[in-house]
Design a protein around this ligand. Structure first.
Ligand code: GLA
Length: 726
């Protein structure tokens, strides 16, 4: 068992291949946190909780009969509000008396093999029960009747632990959940840097790294989506930690709406991290007998550097988050018409796309925005999910038949959670969008947001999608989401439930996505939100790939893809070659190959030479598919540390093959360049394909490849394929 409980020391020990996590039941049934870090065998670790006495005004526990035991300075497993711990609260309820004093204490626990799904929420899963063990620790607040079950799953081969919290109302009065973080971690120092992925539209997930300071530092969203601006990911890495060395704690929330990550460094220089639903604007009424589940959080620890942390996330998400047919099936090589035509297309234009695509060896045509209602620009028709026959003269089925007859599959774009004021559905149901009585509605991209907290609204939208998808041979859906939520309230709910709507909205989105994949399990869903505005593990549970960014400039894409790779694997990152301004088709291809590869351009506008070049690219895509999609990533030179050249490497799991990509973001005036590779087997011999030279893995990793003779120009790039010599 990877989870054990010692009756003697009353400690729970959670072991992964790269970490040990220990907490226990202490005097007064407090749950005390003892240790999270590199693997250790010990369970008798009680002294780790001891903090200096007489802390500034720290109150003693009213029940723990131990000298100087104060909840305010003790490392706690799941902190609560108002009962002696003044640091960040992981949990608080407002009770029927109107106060928020909350005090959870241990009641019982159970340990079992496997892992349960979280009702209504995306979560990691096990392929068989022997992959993971789960611990459920029941706690309760005797005064309010709150029961909170802390749920931990240890993934035995992945160095990862997931956590979530189930809250029940065991009293006879309703209460309000005010704060329910999915995890709380107390670390005994603060010599860490905090990593975050920040950005905006067309510049998602740049890496931020800053030292922890005393006080509270936060990464949050309250946009109704995980957002372009901040990702629900952070890592605390030991000062000086690099890709290859140092302790790293990685945290990621499986959630697509308002999230919050706070780290507080307090008086004794200890650090507490809490992560979960953003309490700002959140309140959930729980009636007697009802349950509430927090989203799931993922924790990864390794002492082998940031790169190893990423690889643990990648393997975990590829095996235990991405689901269904598309987890293992080879993704279709697609062409999307958006950057090529915008909404200005018709049947003939798309058939011409498909002909070229077939000729170039592509496998699917995706028809993007503009095929429905009377949508010629972004000012109309969202919600009117019926075909614009003035554009598609043979209807949708006629177009799909023509595309299928050419030997291509067909994909389609929807933006289900949105509604245009100029639409039949809005004219019939103006109350179906999120709005607040008496206030003007904020408009963005000339659209409002469908109130997906309402079942009638969801049923209507899904009904329209279902009709299109069941009547046509559609193999792929791009699910878009192009604005954030404002005026979030719902006339169908009473005042005391208005704090639930952001969460109810995303549960509604998850519900519709779930119906979609149950009804159409063969369909590949690519999530999108103005590019990568909802690139989070919650969405990956439903859509195995996500459009990484609307920015398809290959040089700009480098920071986006490097940042995204901090916790998300290559097979989840939609990456297309476009007709974008900068760089050659060679570099566009080399950068896009890192992800779920495709094209996004008008093939009618390509020169015959470029078409021939693309045919060669398609061959390379097939040749390198496995090593990229199932291999392990090593970031060799990152754009966050080097502003003229980057390099990354994918290594097959059995170390028999590697693919190195080097991109010069700018002309190099430092042409001497030796690149040391990583992740190979030092004992194996490898042939570098383009030169035919053979080296040991030890040579390639320690001496390195001398690439001084390779292209050094602005935007130039190259691949180096290395195969084991048997
Ligand atoms: C968003 C997406 C694009 C495209 C447009 C269509 O911006 O990110 O890829 O689908 O919407 O309106």
């Amino acid at each position: 068992m990877s989870i054990t409980f010692s009756e003697k020391t009353k400690t729970f020990k959670l072991d992964t291949p790269t970490s040990t996590y220990i907490f226990g039941v202490f005097e007064g049934n407090y749950l005390v946190h003892y240790y999270y870090g590199a693997p250790i065998p010990d369970t008798d670790v009680e002294e780790l909780r001891i903090r200096p006495g007489f802390a500034s005004f720290a109150p003693d526990s009213p029940t723990a009969r131990v000298f100087n035991f104060s909840p305010d300075v003790t490392p706690l497993e799941y902190s609560t509000f108002g009962a002696g711990d003044f640091r960040l609260s992981a949990f608080a309820v407002k009770n029927s008396e109107g106060n928020k004093v909350t005090d959870l204490r241990y009641v019982s626990h159970k340990i079992y093999a496997g892992k349960k799904a979280l009702p209504g929420l995306p979560s990691l899963y096990v392929n068989s029960d022997d992959e993971a063990d789960t611990l459920e620790v029941l706690t309760e607040d005797k005064v309010t009747g709150v029961k909170a079950t802390l749920i931990y799953t240890v993934f035995k081969t992945h160095g990862a632990i997931t956590r979530s919290v189930k809250v029940e109302n065991a009293s006879d009065k309703p209460f309000f959940i005010d704060t329910v973080h999915s995890l709380c971690v107390d670390l005994p120092g603060y010599d860490y840097d905090m990593l975050g992925l920040y950005g905006r539209w067309v510049k998602e997930r740049s890496l931020d790294r800053y030292p922890l300071h005393r006080g509270i530092q936060s990464i949050k969203s309250k946009r109704g989506s995980s957002s372009h601006n901040h990702n629900p990911f952070t890592a605390l890495v030991k000062k000086g930690a690099t890709e290859d060395y140092g302790e790293c704690y990685g945290f990621n929330l499986v959630y697509s709406s308002n999230f919050s990550i706070d780290v507080e460094v307090e008086a004794f220089a200890t650090s507490r991290l809490v992560m979960g639903i953003n309490p700002d604007g959140f309140s959930w009424e729980l009636a007697p007998g009802e349950e509430f589940y927090s989203p799931e959080a993922v924790m990864v620890f390794t002492d082998k550097g940031i790169g190893e942390m990423s690889r643990i996330f990648h393997k975990l998400y590829s095996n235990n988050l991405v689901r269904g047919k598309w987890k293992k099936a080879k993704r279709p090589l697609l062409i999307n018409n958006w950057e090529g035509t915008g909404m200005d297309f018709d049947h003939d234009k798309l058939v011409s796309f498909a002909k070229h695509a077939k000729d170039m060896g592509l496998e699917m045509l995706v028809m993007d925005d503009g095929w429905f209602g009377h949508r010629d620009d972004d000012r109309s028709s969202l919600g009117d999910w019926y075909v614009a026959e003035y554009k598609l003269k043979h209807g949708l089925s006629g177009l799909i038949k023509a595309v299928n007859d050419l030997g291509l599959e067909f994909g389609i774009w929807f933006e289900p959670e949105m509604i245009s004021p100029d639409s039949d559905v809005y004219r019939a149901h103006p109350d179906w969008c999120l709005h607040t009585e008496g206030r003007d509605k904020s408009i963005a991209r000339t659209q409002y947001v469908m109130d997906f907290s309402r079942k009638d609204v969801r049923d209507y939208v899904y009904g329209m999608m279902h009709k299109i998808l069941s009547e046509n041979n559609i193999a792929y859906v791009k699910w878009d989401f192009n604005r954030n939520l404002t005026e979030v309230s719902c006339a169908q709910l009473p005042p005391e439930k208005q704090g639930e709507i952001f969460h109810r909205f995303v549960l509604g989105t998850y519900e519709v996505m779930d119906r979609l994949i149950k009804d159409f399990p063969h369909i590949l869903i690519e999530n999108c939100s103005g590019g990568g505005g909802r690139f989070d593990p919650g969405m990956l549970y439903f859509s195995p790939q996500i459009w990484t960014s609307d920015n398809t400039d290959p040089i700009e894409r480098l920071t986006i893809q490097f940042g995204t790779s901090l916790c998300y694997p290559a097979l989840t990152m939609g990456a297309h070659v476009s007709a974008s301004r900068r760089a050659s088709y060679e570099t566009k291809k080399n950068v896009a190959l890192w992800g779920s590869f495709g094209y996004e351009l008008d093939p009618d506008k390509l020169s015959p030479e470029t078409i021939e070049e693309i045919k060669e690219q398609v061959k390379e895509y097939h040749r390198y598919y496995d090593v990229i999609h199932y291999g392990e990533l090593y970031r060799l030179i990152t754009p966050f540390e080097n502003d003229f050249r980057v390099a990354w490497q994918m290594v097959a799991e059995d170390k028999s093959e590697a693919l190195v990509t080097v991109v010069n973001m700018r002309q190099s005036y430092d042409p001497f360049f030796i690149l040391r590779l990583k992740g190979l087997d030092p004992e194996k011999l490898y042939e570098v394909e383009d030169t035919g030279n053979t080296y040991s893995g030890a040579y390639l990793m320690n001496a390195g490849l001398n690439l001084t003779h390779k292209p050094q120009g602005d935007g130039e790039s190259y691949l180096i394929h290395i195969v084991e010599k048997k």
